[in-house]
Design a protein around this ligand. Structure first.
Ligand SMILES: [Zn+2]
Length: 403
């Protein structure tokens, strides 16, 4: 990549670090997480980027009476290029609660051994700064670039995206030609680009029998026993039906169907339970339809209906949209930029589910998830690696320059 830009980003390293630390001192928790939203942090960022060289900075606030400002801010900052196409870097301002087990104050960041510790440093502060400083570096070197750099900073990523990405998608902020990158997750410190995800299905199975004394089982219907049978049968049937469908982008490369939570039944040993509740967590390859999975759960219930009553409910259901193609412009150009900066060509990969990219893919907009990090999001002692922030900033510059 261009030496002048590389040098400029290196020179900005300390400012990047200090600005990230200042931002972390302003918590941005959504109301679902007991916070007052992102407004104060948004004001800090709007002020910060005044002289970063953006041609336009606009706010698209979503009304939300639960926060004191009444609004959830979303910022779209654009630095114009010459090609009439945009690289969109989508980052989120909100954070998750700090939780416990921290060694330092999560909102008084500490810099130690090249790492910045604090809640929201990695998720997603590091990439907010990397994206904004890409604009600053390009501005300060005066380098001409092809793509527009569009940095989109959203609210509400951690609690559903209704006041963030979904609000912006209704406003037509994004175009079909945009190269959309959400730097919010990574595998192996940026060696993989996430282009597809599994569907998710949470199934609640309620077995109703007839309660009674354990010493006299006659006349009772033991829900525990029939739930065990249900679980065994469903487990086998799911493996048999879907176990051979494989997609090597994923690890594991097949759909998974795990019996997980079991609700408590009777409190004492000598009562036969009349009701049992069991859940399954299913992560399903995008090429398998959720309706075919549901058929197995419902069919198993029918097989056992002469023994006990079964009720099947779907407490979470999220059909994965088609993945972003490996030969899409965003995948190809991003991979080249990563290679130019790091020397590694990242591989495409699928993940277990639930990234912000799905909001775009559902609307036919190709989006990828990539960044360099250590997967410390949502953990105590979360940290961002300063060199990763600098490196990703260079990748964004290289991508926009298309050099
Ligand atoms: Zn995040």
């Amino acid at each position: 990549m261009k030496e002048s830009i590389e040098r400029q980003v290196e020179m900005l390293k300390n400012c990047m670090k200090n600005d990230l630390m200042d931002m972390i001192r302003i918590p941005a928790l959504g109301p679902e997480n007991g916070g007052d939203g992102e407004m104060e942090r948004a004001a800090f960022l709007m002020d910060l980027i005044k002289d970063f060289g953006f041609d336009s900075v606009e706010r698209y606030d979503a009304p939300d009476p639960r926060v004191s400002s009444g609004k959830r801010p979303n910022i779209v900052a654009i630095k114009k290029g010459t090609a009439g196409k945009s690289v969109v870097i989508l980052v989120h301002m909100d954070i998750v609660p700090e939780g416990d087990l921290w060694d330092t104050d999560p909102y008084e960041p500490v810099f130690r051994d090249g790492k910045i510790y604090g809640r929201g440093t990695e998720d997603n502060g590091q990439e907010i700064m990397a994206a904004l400083y890409a604009a600053k570096a390009l501005h300060e070197t005066g380098e001409e670039h092809g793509y527009d750099l569009k940095v989109v900073m959203v609210s509400d990523e951690e609690t559903g995206s209704e006041y963030g990405v979904e609000h912006l998608l209704k406003k037509d902020i994004f175009g079909e030609d945009d190269l959309i990158i959400a730097p919010d997750h990574s595998e192996k410190n940026g060696k993989f680009v996430e282009i597809t995800e599994k569907s998710g299905l949470w199934v609640k199975i309620t077995c109703t029998g007839k309660q009674g004394h354990a010493a006299m089982p006659g006349g009772t219907v033991n829900s525990n026993r029939y739930m065990a049978e249900y679980q065994y049968r469903a487990d086998l049937a799911l493996k048999e039906k879907f176990g051979k469908v494989v997609n090597d982008l994923f690890s594991p490369s097949f759909s998974t169907f795990e019996p997980t939570k079991r609700e408590g039944n009777v409190p004492n040993v000598n009562t036969i339970p009349g009701k049992d509740v069991q859940y399954f967590d299913c992560r399903v390859l995008p090429e398998v339809s959720l309706s075919s999975v549901k058929k197995v759960f419902e069919g198993t219930a029918e097989e056992l209906e002469s023994k006990a009553e079964f009720k099947i409910e779907y407490v979470m259901e999220s059909q994965a949209p088609p993945g972003t193609p490996e030969d899409s412009e965003v995948m190809v150009k991003l991979s080249k930029a990563v290679e130019r900066v790091t020397g590694h060509h990242p591989a495409p990969v699928g993940i277990g589910g639930g990234t912000v990219a799905a909001h775009f893919r559902k609307r036919g907009l190709p989006a990828v998830v990539w960044c360099s990090n250590h997967n410390k999001a949502h953990q105590p002692n979360e940290y961002a690696v300063l060199d990763n922030m600098v490196r990703d900033c260079k990748v964004f510059c290289s991508l926009v320059l298309n050099d």
